[in-house]
Design a protein around this ligand. Structure first.
Ligand code: FES
Length: 285
């Protein structure tokens, strides 16, 4: 049942947005934090508070896979079986967990502790095969390690993600996704070795992104320790991206200084290619 406290928190979420209906996604996470899934009552309450129809809320809730139609257990265990993870062992992990837990896809163990689900690519392919527990990453998994993971979760052992915080319950995680932090966002490693290899090589060899200038690659191996540092890092990143985009736009519009922009460039190499000589593609041959 959706409590008065949850209704009040939904109003708090709505107040964060210029358009009330923009609050729907976090509101649905808040429903899941209370009900364990997007319940019919949760849909009605969201519709009522946003002054939209229940059908509109249901359309959103059934579109995104992070919203569940059936109650989820204490821990949602998602095994990536998308192409790369599948060939790297994801299918074997999923099959092993099904046997070990005695449940199938999108089912929950009788004790209500584990819900098992196939998940699609989680943008962590460099750590394949990947398993997620309540959206925290467990990298380079094996069937054996996955079985131990679910055994630990069921036994109440504290489990730390490979990149991220200690694992909390599904409902607690949903509350964080609704926009109510638990103060543990900076817990655990922020990134893993596989993701940092390219950056390290760039630093060693003096490479930088186009338009970024030498030595301007951000140091992603350390995490900003204060909110002010995090803001500065984000601003620096935005500025570098803006410079790169401006530079790309200049080159694209012919105002840049690239060799192809010279007025005396050969016909086939002028900006605009075929269009520049008025004869189309055929005229360049
Ligand atoms: S295929 Fe599994 S994280 Fe990308």
């Amino acid at each position: 049942m959706i409590s008065d406290k949850t209704r009040a928190e939904m109003r708090e979420i709505i107040a964060r947005y210029p358009e009330p209906r923009s609050a729907l996604l976090p509101m649905l996470h808040l429903v899941q934090s209370e009900e364990g899934h997007v319940s019919p009552e949760g849909i009605e309450v969201c519709a009522e508070l946003l002054d939209i129809t229940a059908a509109e809320v249901a359309a959103v809730a059934t579109f995104y896979t992070m919203y569940k139609r059936r109650p989820v257990g204490d821990y949602h265990v998602g095994v990536c079986t998308n192409t790369l993870c599948a060939v790297m062992g994801g299918d074997a992990i999923f099959s092993s967990l099904k046997d070990h837990l005695g449940i199938g896809n999108d089912e929950t163990t009788e004790d209500g502790s584990i819900t098992l689900e196939h998940v699609e690519c989680n943008a962590a392919c460099d750590f394949a095969p990947v398993v997620m527990v309540n959206w925290e990453f467990f990298d380079n998994m094996t069937p054996q390690r996955a079985r131990k993971l679910v055994d630990d979760l069921r036994a109440g052992v504290e489990v730390e993600a490979d990149r991220g915080a200690r694992v909390c319950t599904w409902r607690q995680a949903e509350r964080v996704l609704a926009g109510f932090p638990d103060g543990r966002a900076d817990e655990g490693p922020a990134s893993g070795e596989a993701s940092l290899v390219g950056l390290r090589l760039a630093h060693e060899r003096g490479w930088s992104a186009v338009g970024g200038g030498e030595g301007t690659a951000p140091d992603l191996t350390t995490r900003p320790s204060t909110p002010a540092e995090a803001t500065r890092a984000a601003e620096q990143s935005d500025t570098q991206r803006a410079h790169s985009e401006s530079r790309a736009a200049e080159v694209g519009s012919g105002t840049g200084a690239g060799p192809d922009k010279r007025a005396d460039a050969p016909e086939g190499k002028r900006p605009g290619g075929a269009a520049s000589n008025g004869e189309g593609e055929k005229g360049q041959r």
